[in-house]
Design a protein around this ligand. Structure first.
Ligand code: FES
Length: 178
């Protein structure tokens, strides 16, 4: 059996020499640094994965909303389509809508369904030929211009095109006041 010849550290005394204390402190510091680096290495990709969709701009894509003959000239109707959401788990929240009016045989105009004040969905009132927002009383003329209430900007228009007899709307992020 090996004997302890250190006069400053008699066996069974529980006391540690300055060298032992400093070695233990060194290993403890190394453990903390390695542990911290490992945690950081795992946390950075996880945080990026969670928050990346918030910073990534949704792409604009064309969505078909129906055949040309399905829309009557002069009528404004709501059409529904899949948003260009960048997150695959968006589910039903990726469903969006727009107000579409066929103005002539081959001309369409589309308005965002969201009020430009705080984003509430506006309703089309065919008798009054106005868009009304139920949240704070915003009113828009049939061309989307502000008629009354807190909105400062007209209803956002979406590009519309006809391809092979089908009406398509170009998607865009929800247009609200920022
Ligand atoms: S959200 Fe439409 S008026 Fe406020």
């Amino acid at each position: 059996m090996k004997e302890n010849h250190n006069p400053n550290h008699p066996p069974g005394s529980g006391a540690e020499t300055p060298e032992e204390i400093s070695r233990r402190k060194f290993f403890r510091d190394i453990s903390l640094i390695v542990g911290g680096c490992t945690a950081l290495g795992l946390a950075v990709p996880a945080v990026g994965f969670i928050f990346a969709p918030l910073t990534r701009r949704a792409p604009n894509v064309w969505r078909t909303v129906g055949k040309v003959e399905a829309f009557k000239i002069g009528e404004t109707v709501d059409v529904h389509y899949e948003d260009a959401s960048p997150v695959p788990w968006a589910g039903v929240t990726a469903r969006t809508a727009a107000w579409l009016r066929r103005e002539t045989a081959d001309q369409f105009v589309a308005f965002a369904i969201n009020c430009t004040h705080l984003g509430c969905p506006v309703r089309w009132l065919p008798q009054a030929r106005l868009f009304m927002c139920p949240c704070h009383g915003g009113v828009f003329y049939e061309n989307g211009a502000v008629a009354a209430g807190p909105p400062e900007r007209p209803l956002t228009r979406y590009p519309v095109r006809v391809v092979n007899g089908e009406v398509q709307i170009e998607t865009a992020p929800v247009p609200i006041m920022t």
